[in-house]
Each structure stands twice: as structure tokens, then as C-alpha cells.
Design a protein around this ligand. Structure first.
Ligand code: ATP
Length: 243
């Protein structure tokens, strides 16, 4: 039982949720380690959405709204952490939601799809094929889903798959707290922010941005600036950590 007034209540509750989902097979053991890496970077960010991350979130909304076939690719961690937030983003952006896993079994896919459906997501399921240029199981996807997408949002991605999707000509939007990861550097647009803060901001922007603002954002973003600014924020906090 974690007391509500614990200074790290939210973080501890999140760990509890991930541990529960790991016991049910929704989150992999590797996923627990990936969460720890994310937490460390979030500490450096001050556990808040920076101005440049907010700009990236608005740009993500603009790219999703301008897409012909937008897809949100969901893994075990993102389903465990943000199923309701993903449902809201799907309603606002009109994107397909498809489950794609590194540790892929039919049973795991079924559990994650059910978790998403219970949260109100309309999951795009059905027969998957080995369609992405990858030697591991994240190569599996649906022909009319991720394979045909023009814009794909990949929360908590691995670098190989991000590079493969970019090499197929897709615009890839990554959400990754680590601005140094291969994913962050390979993506078309990287949101350096925590998943559960990032997704509701993208949803809000889908609902609120004018067409004029969306047009401006889709042509004016610079991912190198977004990554550099995230690193600058972290460096500044580290430099003043003991002030
Ligand atoms: P790469 O292959 O891109 O270099 P990696 O090996 O670090 O990256 P993974 O181990 O798959 O990739 O980890 C996924 C990434 O997700 C990590 O970089 C971690 O910082 C990030 N991450 C974990 N939890 C969250 C979260 N809740 N919100 C945002 N990012 C997260």
C-alpha cells in the first residue's frame, strides 16, 4: 500500500502497475528495464513537459491530422501505462491502433488487445505478416495497418524498427525520454517527454489547433533542434543540481 502523501506516489504507483502487468504477461521483463531507463531521463528533465517537447507534441498532432493513413503502434509498456490516453488520441486523430511487440506471442497480443479494448480503443487486429525489413519479431505487422501507413506514432520504440520504418518512407513520430537513443535520432519527429504527459497533449492539440497552425507546424519543425534543446534542459538541471 503506497500512501497518497508519499513524495514519489505517482512514480511508485506506475511501477506497481507495470509489475502487475508483467505478472499478467502484458509487460515483458525487458519492458520493466526500459521503464527504468525512461525514469532516469525523466528525473533529468525535472519530470515535466519542456517548451520544446510541447512544440513537438503540437507538431505530432499536426502530422497525424495531415496524414492519409495514420497509425499508432502500441507495445506492452504503452498499453499498460496509457490505454485510456491512447483511446482518446485515437478518437481525436482518427488513427488506427495496432499492437506490435518485440516479445511476440499470440497470447500476449491477445491480452494487450483486450486491455486496449477495455479502455475504449478500437484495435486494428487480424492476420499479421512479416513485412518490415527486420530479423526480429517486430517485423510482423498488418498489411493494411502499419505497413500501409504514411505517419506512424511509436511510443517507446526500439531503434531498429524506427530506422526500418523511416527507410520505408514513413514519417515516424517517436515518444522517448532518452534524446540520445537511436530511436530519438532516427525518428522524423521526437517527443522527449514521458508517455502519459505526452499523449494527452497531442490529443488536446488535435482538438484545438487551427488548420493554419497545423500547416505551419508540419513544414517548420527541426528534429535536431528538439533533441538539442532536450539535452540542453537536462544539462542545465545537472549543472545546478546542488545549488
Ligand atoms: P534505442 O534502440 O532506440 O537506442 P533503447 O535500447 O533504449 O533505444 P528500449 O530499451 O526499447 O530502447 O527502450 C525504450 C525507450 O523508451 C528508452 O529509451 C526509454 O528512455 C524510453 N522510455 C521508457 N519509458 C518511457 C515512458 N514512460 N515515456 C517515454 N519514454 C520512455
Amino acid at each position: 500500500m503506497i500512501p497518497r502523501d508519499h513524495p514519489r506516489y505517482y512514480s511508485l504507483m506506475t511501477r506497481e502497475r507495470l509489475a502487475r502487468c508483467a505478472k499478467k504477461g502484458i509487460v515483458s521483463f525487458g519492458g520493466l528495464a526500459a521503464h527504468g531507463r525512461g525514469e532516469a531521463f525523466d528525473y533529468l528533465l525535472g519530470e515535466k513537459t519542456t517548451k520544446s517537447a510541447f512544440l513537438a507534441q503540437q507538431t505530432a498532432a499536426a502530422l497525424l491530422m495531415a496524414a492519409h493513413h495514420p497509425v499508432i503502434s502500441v507495445n506492452g509498456n504503452s498499453a499498460a501505462l496509457a490505454a485510456h490516453e491512447i483511446a482518446a488520441l485515437q478518437r481525436s486523430s482518427g488513427a488506427l491502433v495496432e499492437v506490435n511487440l518485440f516479445h511476440r506471442t499470440k497470447k500476449r497480443i491477445g491480452s494487450i488487445e483486450r486491455l486496449l479494448q477495455d479502455a475504449g480503443v478500437d484495435v486494428f487486429s487480424g492476420e499479421a505478416e512479416r513485412l518490415l525489413p527486420l530479423s526480429h519479431d517486430r517485423a510482423w505487422c498488418r498489411r493494411n495497418g502499419i505497413f500501409s501507413s504514411d505517419v506512424v506514432l511509436v511510443p517507446l520504440e526500439d531503434g531498429d524498427r524506427c530506422e526500418a520504418l523511416v527507410s520505408m518512407g514513413k514519417k515516424v513520430i517517436a515518444i522517448d525520454l532518452n534524446p540520445l537513443s537511436r530511436t530519438a535520432r532516427a525518428a522524423t519527429l521526437t517527443i522527449v517527454d514521458e508517455l502519459t504527459r505526452a499523449v494527452p497533449n497531442i490529443t488536446r492539440a488535435c482538438n484545438e489547433l487551427s488548420q493554419k497552425d497545423r500547416d505551419r507546424l508540419t513544414v517548420s519543425f527541426d528534429n535536431n533542434y528538439l533533441l538539442t534543446d532536450a539535452i540542453r534542459e537536462m544539462t542545465a538541471r545537472l549543472s545546478h543540481a546542488l545549488d
